[in-house]
Design a protein around this ligand. Structure first.
Ligand SMILES: Nc1c(NC[C@H](O)[C@H](O)[C@H](O)CO)[nH]c(=O)[nH]c1=O
Ligand SMILES: CC(=O)[C@@H](O)COP(=O)(O)O
Length: 164
């Protein structure tokens, strides 16, 4: 279903478990920082809204979206976070570089989800222009950071429910 048919910030609050005892890493790309900071605000505010404590949210920057995989791996290896949310914005330019960056992040994060016992959340905007990105970072189509936070909470809850 296209994002234009489902707002990224619309969800049933009753379906989201409490994040009170959960710890999150959030890796933020510095490319298109106006967009990625808006994604972060959405993710952070949503985690807090669902009970996470600010002391349990670790924010780290990486130079660009291609480095999201490495940044997420560092957090998984060197901290005790329960999930890592990766936030980036790749906007198509004049060359095929867009395709390689997007595929690289997609493949890298998929591998992390297979290699590690914690969830890595794909909060990457891959847009044709800046307006599409603005529309998905708190604009008319909602905020992909909100979606990432809700996804992280649900996946940590699923992980814990299967362990116990
Ligand atoms: N063009 C965009 C980039 N490019 C940079 C790469 O992500 C990477 O940092 C570089 O190739 C060095 O490894 N990154 C974005 O996040 N968004 C873009 O639109
Ligand atoms: C995704 C990119 O790296 C892209 O924005 C770079 O632009 P260009 O393809 O014009 O070099």
């Amino acid at each position: 279903m296209a994002t234009s048919l489902k707002n990224l910030s619309d969800y049933n609050i009753a379906d989201v478990p409490s994040a009170a005892e959960m710890k999150f890493g959030i890796v933020v790309s510095e490319w298109n920082t106006e967009i990625t900071e808006a994604l972060y605000e959405g993710a952070y505010n949503t985690l807090i809204k669902h009970g996470a404590s600010e002391d349990n949210i670790i924010k780290k920057y990486v130079p660009g979206s291609f480095e999201l995989t490495a940044g997420a791996k560092y957090l998984a290896e060197m901290t005790d976070v329960d999930a890592v949310i990766c936030l980036g914005c790749v906007i198509q330019g004049d060359t095929p570089h867009f395709d390689f960056v997007c595929h690289g992040v997609t493949q890298g994060m998929t591998l992390l989800n297979v290699q590690y016992p914690i969830p890595f959340i794909f909060g990457l905007l891959t847009t044709l222009n800046q307006q599409q990105a603005l529309d998905r970072a708190g604009g008319k189509h909602g905020n992909k950071g909100d979606e990432g936070a809700v996804t992280a909470i649900k996946m940590v809850h699923l992980n814990r429910s299967l362990k116990n």
